[in-house]
Design a protein around this ligand. Sequence first.
Ligand code: CMP
Length: 139
Amino acid sequence: MTERTFSIIKPDATRRNLTGKVNAVIEDAGLRIVAQKRIRMSRAQAEKFYEVHKERPFFGELVDFMTSAPVVVQVLEGDNAVARYREVMGATNPAQAAEGTIRKLYAESVGENSVHGSDSLENAKIEIAQFFTDDEIVG
Ligand code: CMP
């Protein structure tokens, strides 16, 4: 089934000029980038986006990191895009990520792990709506 998922290229990757390299892995995996913009996330946006993690010990660090440099927010489209992108990203902890995945190739640590991808279709819809209007998504 064709789905859309939400992706973020995180500050550790934009800082190292890896946007194009990450996008190449995404496109080589058969996912289409149907919307994309480079933004500086505000604290309010980051706190809202990661609300489910607000009780976690790393929440403050996570918000600091996500607002520390530009990010690239994206909508990816393709067959089973939610699960497919999670495969392409690899495990949250790059030390456990499979060969060829974005995190194995580029991530620096569990916190600075280069990319985010939605964990369910339901969350993908919520996350896409936080950053994109319908007319910004061109499939
Ligand atoms: P993400 O998929 O964006 O969703 C939650 C994020 O929390 C996750 O990627 C990691 O970057 C971050 N995270 C998870 N565990 C830790 C941790 N132990 N320390 C710092 N950040 C973490």
